[in-house]
Design a protein around this ligand. Structure first.
Ligand SMILES: Nc1ncnc2c1ncn2[C@@H]1O[C@H](COP(=O)(O)OP(=O)(O)O)[C@@H](O)[C@H]1O
Ligand SMILES: [Mg+2]
Length: 342
């Protein structure tokens, strides 16, 4: 794995995409009683003051438990959701929700967890890829478009002979390869892969991860690789952002995050990774307790209800994620500085 330039928003290298302090809430459906009594709908805070950046050719892993806001973040970046607060900058230029739709559609593409749900079951693989080119007036003449489809199939490790197959007639791994080919059709600069391997068998997971890594090398494409499992993002990511209850709680280069996790939540995630070698097992507890109700989050630090190092301050003060203090910001009043044996 090659480490790319630092994407700390304060570093001099220009990021491809920069996320500055975005927040997003969803309005919850009201019951009939609430509706008739005029009670305002409750708002669920899916993202809270999220800041991060990704450089050209860099893979940023985003990891956290189910419901922590990973997909909402991906959807905000791709323009499928609009954050209420904060801004997104594409190569230093502010992205606008409406006006920059075309730029985003060409520059940022998403790959989803379930390739079957995102592919049209009645269209052949070739037709789907041709359609992706046609939507953006790419590929030129019919013959040139056909050649480009073959090229895309080869790029994702599939034989062009599969072009007439329907999605149900190929394997899950091949379907995810087609989703990736479709995303690559418009030559995006940034790929957001939202749990792209979570629905696949372990051996196929590794193949898809290798493919994404190869594509990054070949195309110098930036990626945001979302997963709920820290082990899955480890091998592909240059840097990792750890999310908890809608917040980024720690961001660091992958090696640094594994060698010296500073947030108690990250430490708990690392402790939960099974270690076959007993000498390498850590005595740190894995995370206990339930994820708090996102409609009723803790007042101070969002992790305070489950943190083994919680102090009274943690229940009243919300820690900031400091910007510009090196490449390992952590949202904790008392960041852990010990070196765990994981
Ligand atoms: N369209 C929506 N309407 C209401 N709540 C939503 C919507 N999308 C996501 N949420 C809520 O926002 C939170 C974050 O969801 P999500 O981004 O899907 O998390 P993740 O991808 O990490 O599992 C969850 O509590 C989820 O229930
Ligand atoms: Mg998700």
């Amino acid at each position: 794995m090659t480490l790319r330039q630092s994407t700390d928003p304060t570093s001099p290298g220009a990021p491809l995409l920069e996320v500055r302090d975005i927040s997003k809430t969803f309005s919850m459906a009201r019951s009939a009683r609430e509706f008739f009594t005029g009670k305002p709908p409750q708002r669920l805070r899916a993202l809270r003051n999220v800041s991060l950046a990704v450089a050209p050719g860099e893979i940023l892993g985003v990891v956290g438990e189910s419901g922590c806001g990973k997909s909402t973040l991906g959807r905000c970046l791709a323009g499928l959701e609009v954050p209420e607060q904060g801004e997104l900058l594409w190569q230093g230029q502010r992205l606008h929700a409406k006006g920059d739709r075309k730029l985003r559609a060409r520059s940022i593409q998403m790959v989803f967890q379930d390739p079957y749900a995102s592919l049209n079951p009645r269209m052949s693989l070739g037709q789907m890829l041709e359609e992706a080119l046609a939507v953006h007036q790419l590929g030129g003449s019919a013959a040139a478009r056909r050649d480009r489809v073959d090229e895309l199939l080869l790029m994702v490790g599939l034989t062009p002979k599969l072009r007439d197959r329907l999605p149900h007639a190929i394997s899950g791994g091949q379907r995810q390869r087609i989703s990736i080919a479709r995303a690559l059709a418009v030559e995006p600069r940034l790929l957001i892969a939202d749990e792209p391997v979570s629905a696949l068998d372990a051996s196929v997971q590794a193949q898809i991860i290798n493919l994404l890594e190869e594509l990054r090398e070949k195309l110098n494409i930036g990626m945001i690789f979302i997963a709920h499992d820290l082990n899955v993002v480890r091998h592909i990511s240059d840097r990792i952002a750890v999310m908890y209850l809608g917040e980024v709680v720690e961001t660091a280069e992958t090696e640094a995050l594994f060698a010296q996790p500073m947030h108690p939540y990250t430490h708990g995630l690392l402790a939960a990774i099974p270690q076959p070698d007993p000498r390498k097992r850590t005595r740190a507890p894995s995370i206990e307790g339930e994820l708090p109700d996102p409609l009723n989050p803790p007042a101070g630090c969002s992790f305070s209800t489950r943190c083994p190092h919680m102090t009274p301050d943690c229940c009243s003060q919300r820690p900031a994620l400091p910007a510009g203090v090196g490449s390992h910001p952590v949202r904790c009043i008392y960041p852990l500085t010990f070196k765990p044996s994981v």
